[in-house]
Design a binder for this molecule. Structure first.
Ligand code: NAP
Ligand code: MG
Length: 399
């Protein structure tokens, strides 16, 4: 068979543990036989991040800016326990995702992969609900304080011009806790643009919610920035037949649960953290959730929403064939190949990615699946739980 030719390389970021094992398997069995794969390869596995002083992560992010599209395998974010597990680590390296987000300045969009025979807990949901999570600031970059006596707390801003703004937070009669949080106009603006762009790319309505009735200045400012930025997109939204609307977060929650799905829900950082876990578990499994980082300049980084599946990796090291679900990682590849095909006008590359997605979904619809999904099927399909190798082999047959 003549292989599909690519024009511009994909930025390929390899990763760790079980997902690294699946990464190679997916490439060998599902992609390389059909595509003359062009990638610029970066090994983001923990050992290589350590031996390059984590420069490889920055290089990979910069390459994404150069080429526009990346596909990333899950990676270990070292913590104290990992420092003991990998004694050769010279530093507790930062989360690669945080480094990449910092360089690309993006918004993370997470959407469930729907099969039909795995029914969402919310019966009305027919189409995916995509969560767009602002990935900077608020409570994730807050200053916190605990105090032990009566007194007053104030919030002061000192401008570089020398101007000063100060307000009283509260006077308290005893011990208390305090929190100061912030966001920047630049970050909120790029969040808004990424959401508008993604809504246009995927032809879906965009909802945005905050609590601006209570937080009139802070959340009110998010709302204002979105409304101002929307003016540059309004005509394109009308032409695409999609809408943008703002509503209070409590109203949004009620509407989401009553909806049929099929829209993007833009959330502030904390809301997005919580709501994406709610949406993914209500749809079935974290292993069936795709994730893409979209930068305001239109750069894309595709990945699975789950981690490196450590528990399975240790079983694999003991010689066991695990039943680890590769679907979200396959969809990271297909998402990246489709985007590459779209940008380079390569119809056969896009078509191949669609066929690989269809082959994966059809395998699941036929009842052949990894064991995490087997218990979720409730439409009477006869289920055969298989290991990752057999599962990928079944996808290859259908492909
Ligand atoms: P995890 O790798 O997502 O796994 C947590 C559990 O979820 C697994 O033990 C497994 O449950 C289930 N699971 C997740 N993905 C699965 C899949 N594809 N197939 C089947 N089951 C799946 O999260 P973690 O154990 O908290 O984190 C492990 C490492 O991943 C950490 O070092 C963390 O830093 C890293 N991480 C990386 C990313 C990223 O690169 N984007 C994201 C999150 C975490 P059972 O064990 O019950 O089968
Ligand atoms: Mg979370």
């Amino acid at each position: 068979m003549k292989k599909i030719i690519m024009a511009v390389p994909l930025v390929e970021m390899d990763g760790d543990e079980m997902t690294r094992v699946l990464w190679k398997l997916i490439k060998d069995k599902l992609i390389l036989p059909y595509v003359d794969l062009k990638t610029e390869y970066y090994d983001l596995g923990l050992q290589n991040r350590n031996s390059t002083q984590d420069r490889v992560t920055t290089q990979a992010a910069n390459a994404t800016k150069k080429y526009g599209v990346a596909v990333k395998c899950a990676t270990i974010t070292p913590n104290k326990q990992r420092m003991e597990e990998y004694p050769e680590l010279t530093e507790m390296w930062k989360s690669p995702n945080a480094t990449i987000r910092g360089i690309l300045d993006g918004t993370v969009f997470r959407a469930p992969i729907i099969t039909g025979n795995i029914k969402p807990t919310v019966r009305t949901w027919e189409k995916p609900i995509t969560i767009a999570r602002h990935a900077y600031g608020d409570v994730y970059k807050a200053a916190e304080l605990i105090t032990g006596e009566p007194g007053e707390c104030t919030l002061t801003f000192r401008g570089e011009s020398g101007a000063k703004q100060s307000i009283s937070v509260a006077k308290v009669g005893g011990s208390a806790v305090w929190l100061g949080q912030h966001n920047t106009d630049e970050s909120i603006r790029s969040f808004a643009r990424a959401c508008f762009q993604y809504a246009l790319d995927t032809t879906q309505d965009l909802w945005f919610s905050t609590k601006d009735t209570i937080s009139k200045v802070y959340d009110g400012h998010f709302k204002d920035v979105f409304e101002t930025e929307f003016e540059a997109y309004r005509i394109r939204f009308e032409a695409a037949g999609i809408e943008f609307f703002y509503t209070l977060i409590d109203d949004a929650v009620a509407r989401v649960v009553r909806s049929k799905g099929g829209f993007i829900w833009a959330c502030k950082n904390y809301d997005g953290d919580v709501m994406s876990d709610m949406v993914s578990s209500a749809f079935g499994s974290l292993a069936m959730m795709t994730s893409v980082l979209v930068s305001p300049d239109g750069h894309y980084e595709f990945e699975a929403a789950h981690g490196t599946v450590t528990r399975h990796y240790y079983k694999f090291l003991r010689g066991e064939r695990t039943s680890t679900n590769p679907v979200a990682t396959i969809f990271a590849w297909t998402g990246a190949l489709k985007k590459r095909g779209e940008l380079d006008k390569l119809d056969d590359l896009q078509d191949f990615a669609c066929r690989l997605e269809a082959a994966s979904l059809n395998t699941l619809r036929d009842g052949v699946m990894t064991s995490d999904l087997a218990s979720l099927v409730d439409d009477g399909t006869a289920v055969r739980a298989v290991d990752s190798w057999e599962f990928i082999g079944e996808i290859a047959k259908r492909l």
